[in-house]
Design a protein around this ligand. Structure first.
Ligand SMILES: C[S@@+](CC[C@H](N)C(=O)[O-])C[C@H]1O[C@@H](n2cnc3c(N)ncnc32)[C@H](O)[C@@H]1O
Length: 309
């Protein structure tokens, strides 16, 4: 059936007022389906037991954020009354999901960035302190649970960061740390590395991209972080979540390639090579889509490391 003229069927489907006007004169009966408003749809979903997680960015990562947040809450074995600190809390996304799940215990965020602290403080019922993760402004054993999500790579001394988490968590409590798995999008990473190298840009190992001044003997990745957890807590539970990024169009691949060129290969934003690299990667990516049709699938995952205190 030609989907535009919708011939070959006794039923035609249209959308909006223009559609109704077009169909009306030629139809024996016109059935109007009124789609629920967004707010009503959310109320119905929540009434049926669905959790709504705040996620403000339009970058396709909402699903992963929801899974990560749920995994961390599960790993913390919360009863609903624990006093929790989230170190390197950013804008408080995780604490919000905990609060919105009905948690009644005190929720505290810390971050080194004043803007992050201001964003969290502006939220009802959450508390935030500006502090370096290596020097937390809390007494020993002040919390029942401590989390550090996607933070450890930024610390000059990740082992000291874990020791500080340990110090502020009471005996019998729990800590959870999350890290991205080392090789996010290895296919695209390899392609970007190859093209950037032709312009003289060397790729930094994925494990070193975010570290400000690593002092550990090996760069921080999931295995070395798990080892640091075992040294600090005597044990660690490692929970790997393997997933993948799906890029539906060449344009979506190229936007991510540009980010990788900058962060993984150090191509400056204003470099004349940036356009050339993007152009040559674009040719290969478009060829690939022409042959395979898409989507471009590239592995990405995260790990939750948990320990008892
Ligand atoms: C990748 S973001 C993660 C934010 C949040 N935990 C999340 O998962 O969405 C890393 C955060 O760590 C903070 N940060 C970096 N170095 C820090 C340090 N030494 N002490 C505390 N926070 C730090 C940054 O300001 C940023 O908010």
């Amino acid at each position: 059936m030609d989907w535009v003229v919708q011939s070959g069927s006794g039923i035609r489907v249209e959308w909006g007022q223009a559609g109704a006007r077009a169909l009306g004169p030629h139809s024996a009966a016109l059935v109007v389906v009124d789609v629920l408003s967004f707010t009503t749809a959310v109320s119905v979903a929540v009434g049926a037991g669905t959790a709504v997680l705040p996620y403000p960015w339009r970058d396709g990562g909402a699903e992963e954020f929801a899974a990560l947040s749920t995994d961390v809450r599960t790993s913390l074995a919360l009863s609903g009354t624990e006093r929790i600190v989230d170190i390197g809390c950013g804008t408080g996304q995780f604490l919000r999901t905990v609060r919105d799940s009905g948690h009644r215990g005190c929720l505290v965020g810390t971050d080194i960035h004043p803007a992050a602290v201001a964003a969290v403080t502006a939220l009802d019922t959450l508390h935030a302190f500006q502090a370096d993760a290596l020097h937390l402004p809390f007494p020993d054993a002040d919390f029942d649970r401590a989390t550090a999500m996607h933070l450890l790579y930024y610390l000059s001394d990740p082992a000291a960061g874990l020791a500080e988490m340990h110090r502020v968590t009471r005996p019998g409590g729990r800590v959870a740390v999350t890290l991205n798995q080392t090789a996010t999008a290895p296919r695209l990473r390899a392609l970007v590395a190859e093209h950037a190298a032709r312009h003289g840009f060397a790729t930094r190992p994925a494990t070193q991209i975010w570290a400000s001044a690593p002092t550990t003997a090996t760069p921080l990745d999931v295995d070395s972080a798990a080892e640091l957890m075992r040294i600090e807590f005597g044990h660690a539970t490692v929970w790997r979540r393997d997933n993948a990024l799906l890029f539906p169009t060449p344009g979506s691949v190229l936007r991510y390639a540009d980010v990788l060129a900058r962060f993984a290969c150090g191509v400056p934003e204003d470099s004349p090579h940036r356009q050339q690299i993007a152009h040559s990667i674009g040719g290969e990516v478009r060829d690939w889509f022409a042959r395979h049709g898409g989507p471009w699938r590239d592995p990405k995952g995260y790990t939750v490391l948990t320990a008892h205190t």
